[in-house]
Design a protein around this ligand. Structure first.
Ligand code: PLP
Length: 485
């Protein structure tokens, strides 16, 4: 690595990105309807034999790559959940990538491992998590790449804790519970740790509970399994479900889990960021009954991808499932007894790992809790405005009351009848997305096609939400006209 070339190439990339952010709202938000395979046709068959100038590379990015991207950082990106980038998140990412250290064991980068344990405690405190999930209270946390990885690790910990008691052959008796709104990552995780697919319970939620999972529903499923000689292993509660932003009743579910010695995981991937504001911390009430909690700062916490915080009440349960002990990695941290000397390889799937802590630390330092709360509240206020405005338009209905910054709505059935209302809404969504001026995605609940509008982009302001409402109205007029309504 030549420091002079490093500065030149990085400077060119910074200039390129500064220009990109200046113009990002000029691109069609969703990649235009391009032919699959377009890029392969534009690029050479093989990698170049000789290095090329950075300017040429960036020119190809501009010409060939950008037109094929969906612009997640556009202020009019309202699809899925946000994937925040920010100047602080980018600066932190540069430090992480630039220093490029690998804190897999404590001695491999002591300050990186220690910063991670400090930052996860800071985050847990800001979110109002109970002490028992923090290092300072006997638990602890780790930064992983995704909720999916975090869930696999906790499932493995729960499985081994149970099998240690029951014997390995009992794996066929272990049952896991989630709701019909739980992220599919949980099913994948359960499969990966060897839970028989027939022991995966998907419990129905209802509009009456706002599509949140209740203890009564879990109890019925658990009692029936116990009566058949099965062993309840793990219950996944979600705060802010992917489809609708619904909230499961953490305290009730925690009490139910405790009754059966089940591991309770709280997945707050998206909505966990809101818990930095005291007015949202009530949704995590009961977290002291959880064995683990996770949230993704890379969604709505101004932290560039990737970054998932996982906290566990019993680090020993996690590390006994995930530890390896090769001679060449032995060091003062081995065994993870001292919180200051953690071998983070034993808290995750992979061995090599990124210095994510410095990125989250820069975000926390640059914005402070006050700045981060303002970021969340700005989006919640815009979503609240949108929800009110949609509800006031007689053509639309809000499908489920908004809790955070996700608004779920659709054109009412009254206009075309139940049999064609989904088609009408599909057309509306397709028309808005095809305009290139905004991008939203959909969900289906109780057989109804629902439009989801997730406010949360780092550059998204009230005016962008107002603009997308104008766009929705204009397209609704056109779609309804086509149906001659
Ligand atoms: N859980 C919830 C509630 C989510 O909304 C998502 C993604 O949107 C995930 C889990 C998956 O997160 P990841 O992509 O970090 O695995």
């Amino acid at each position: 690595l030549d420091p002079v070339a490093f500065a030149g190439d990085s400077g060119a990339v910074l200039d390129f990105l500064a220009e990109y952010y200046r113009d990002v709202d000029k691109y069609p938000v969703r990649a235009a309807d391009l032919e699959p395979g377009r890029l392969r046709k534009l690029l050479p068959e093989a990698a170049p034999e000789h290095g090329e100038p950075m300017e040429d590379v960036l020119e190809d990015v501009r010409r060939d790559i950008l037109p094929g991207l969906t612009h997640w950082q556009s202020p009019s990106f309202f699809a899925y959940f946000p994937m925040n980038a920010s100047a602080a998140g980018f600066a932190g990412e540069m430090l992480s990538a630039g220093l490029n250290v690998v804190p897999f064991v404590w001695a491999a980068s002591p300050a990186a491992a220690e910063l991670e344990s400090v930052v996860v405690d800071w985050m847990g405190t800001l979110l109002g998590l109970p002490q028992r999930l923090l290092f300072s209270g006997g638990g602890g946390g780790v930064l992983q790449g995704s909720t999916c990885e975090a869930v696999v690790c906790t499932l493995a910990a729960a499985r081994d804790r149970a099998l240690h008691r029951l014997g390995h052959d009992s794996i066929i008796k272990l049952v896991v519970y989630a709701s019909d709104q739980t992220h599919v990552t949980f099913q994948k995780g359960a499969r990966l740790v060897g839970i028989p697919p027939s022991n995966f319970r998907v419990i129905q939620t209802t509009p009456a509970s706002g599509y949140g999972l209740t203890a009564d529903a879990v109890r019925a499923a658990v009692d029936s399994d116990v009566a058949r000689g099965l062993v309840p292993l793990y219950l996944c509660a979600t705060v802010g479900t992917t489809g609708l932003g619904a909230v499961d009743h953490v305290r009730e579910l925690g009490e139910e889990a405790r009754r059966h010695g089940m591991w309770l995981h709280v997945d707050a991937a998206y909505a966990g960021s809101a818990a930095i504001c005291p007015e949202f911390q009530g949704y995590l009430d009961g977290a002291e009954l959880a064995d683990s909690v996770s949230m993704n700062p890379h969604k709505w916490f101004l932290t560039n991808a990737d970054c998932c915080c996982l906290w566990v009440a019993s680090p020993g349960a996690l590390t006994s499932a995930l530890s390896t002990d090769p001679e060449y990695l032995k060091n003062v941290g081995t065994g993870g007894k001292k919180p200051a000397a953690i071998d983070y390889k034993d808290w995750q799937i992979s061995l090599s790992r990124r210095f994510r802590a410095i990125k989250l630390w820069v975000v926390l330092r640059r914005y402070g809790a006050v700045g981060l709360r303002a970021h969340v509240r700005r989006h919640v206020a815009a979503a609240k405005w949108l929800e009110r405005t949609v509800a006031a338009d007689e053509r639309f209905e809000v499908v489920v009351p908004r809790k955070f910054s996700l608004v779920c709505f659709r054109l009412r059935a009254g206009f075309v009848g139940d049999d064609r209302v989904d088609e009408l809404n599909r057309e509306l969504l397709a028309a808005v997305n095809a305009s290139g001026r905004a991008f939203m995605t959909h969900f289906v609940v109780d057989g109804k096609f629902v439009i989801r509008l997730a406010v949360g982009g780092a550059m998204t302001e009230m005016r962008h939400v107002m603009d997308v409402w104008d766009l929705l109205q204009a397209n609704a007029d056109q779609v309804l006209r086509r149906y001659q309504l």
